[in-house]
Design a protein around this ligand. Structure first.
Ligand code: AMP
Ligand code: MG
Length: 339
């Protein structure tokens, strides 16, 4: 049975008058079949989706986001079996993770198939695939006979959107349709794992914790390779400056000390659970009062957006515990801090 969900479309949401008579999910499917773009909700962040088999449509993703062409896209569908129909197969360890965590916040980098255009893989012979965990998007994917290429629905290098309102704010004048599936439940991008070597390698930390991957596989996985190494396993999503607000962000080992150092500046704060004296509470974003890293990850991007819009000159961010989703939070803060 179809879930009852509120959809919101941007002011230019309907392509032709016939769409008025359609269910809005049907309308979104129709727009995608015609080569258009639709912003879709997922559990991680909102995606800007197009038919992955249609090069023109994929090109328009790059144009809309102003995304560099060398940065490949993740393709989405609703089951491992459908990817296999398109010639994309998961190796055994990936299947083990998929049966435990899919649909969920993990992306698999595996050998590509002839069906996938170079425009999607940026010319690599590997492809990144994912099964997102959102009922609306899973239903949409089930209505299509192609996968959706979908990077985050934000201008390239800016903070990812975790609500339909965020998408509308930044891309509302460029895209015709936003499916509103509410707030993203994970709120940080997927963990990307490459299966191109003997041992799986995390390429990007994200919404599925390394510890969970390792305990399911019963092995220690490899971690992202260091900057400067030009190996093919360096993924462009690991670009130095990314996920960034337009403000100077400083990661603090000792917040009290940094507050003293920046006295006289208009300061915004990202903290795990603590409030700091002398700083306007409206400019302090406490990500999880009970110190839950999953909750903190969920609130990170909306805090960065709010701070970007507030009258603050410097954002001081606490360093988070380097475990669970804290690793992904620290990774995003680090990239947001690069000038
Ligand atoms: P996003 O920008 O969140 O949509 O994630 C896309 C990221 O997935 C890219 O920036 C890469 O880091 C990674 N990725 C996609 N395709 C590949 C691939 N074929 N090989 C390695 N990494 C990939
Ligand atoms: Mg992105």
């Amino acid at each position: 049975m179809r879930m009852k969900i509120n959809y919101s479309f941007t002011r230019f949401h309907i392509l032709t008058s016939s769409h008025w008579y359609m269910n809005q999910l049907d309308a979104a499917a129709e727009i995608l079949k015609q080569g258009g773009l639709v912003a879709i909700p997922t559990e991680t962040v909102y995606g800007l989706a197009a038919n992955a088999f249609n090069e023109e449509a994929v090109l328009s993703i790059y144009k809309t986001k102003n995304r560099p062409h060398f940065n490949p896209l993740i393709i989405h569908s609703n089951s491992v079996e459908r990817f296999a129909e398109w010639g994309i197969y998961l190796p055994e360890l990936a299947l083990k993770l998929a049966s435990e965590f899919c649909p969920g916040p993990i992306t698999f980098v595996v050998p590509s198939s002839k069906k996938i255009p170079d425009m999607v893989t940026a010319g690599h012979d590997s492809v990144a695939i994912r099964i997102p965990n959102h009922p609306l998007t899973l239903e949409l994917l089930g209505m299509l006979d192609f996968p959706l290429a979908a990077p985050s629905a934000n201008p390239s290098a800016f903070v990812s959107p975790t609500s339909a309102a965020h998408v509308k704010q930044q891309l509302g004048d460029k895209i015709k349709c936003i499916l509103d599936g509410g707030e993203c439940q994970v709120g940080i991008e997927s963990t990307i794992v490459s299966f191109l070597e003997n041992t799986p390698r995390i390429l990007r930390y994200g919404g599925l914790a390394k510890e969970q991957i390792e305990s399911t596989l019963g092995i220690i996985v490899n971690v992202p390779q260091v900057k400067g190494d030009i190996s093919k396993f360096i993924a462009p999503g690991m670009m130095e400056r990314h996920y960034a607000p337009n403000k100077n962000l400083i990661i603090c080992d000792d917040m009290e000390k940094e507050l003293l150092n920046h006295q006289g500046h208009s300061i915004g704060i990202i903290s795990f659970s603590k409030k700091y004296g002398n700083i306007d509470l409206k400019k302090q974003f406490i990500l999880s009062p009970l110190r839950n890293l999953d909750e903190a990850a969920r609130h990170l991007f909306s805090a960065l957006r709010s701070l970007n819009d507030l009258d603050v000159h410097i954002i001081l961010a606490e360093k988070f515990p380097n475990e669970g989703l804290g690793i992904a939070i620290n990774d995003r803060l680090k990239r947001a801090s690069v000038q």
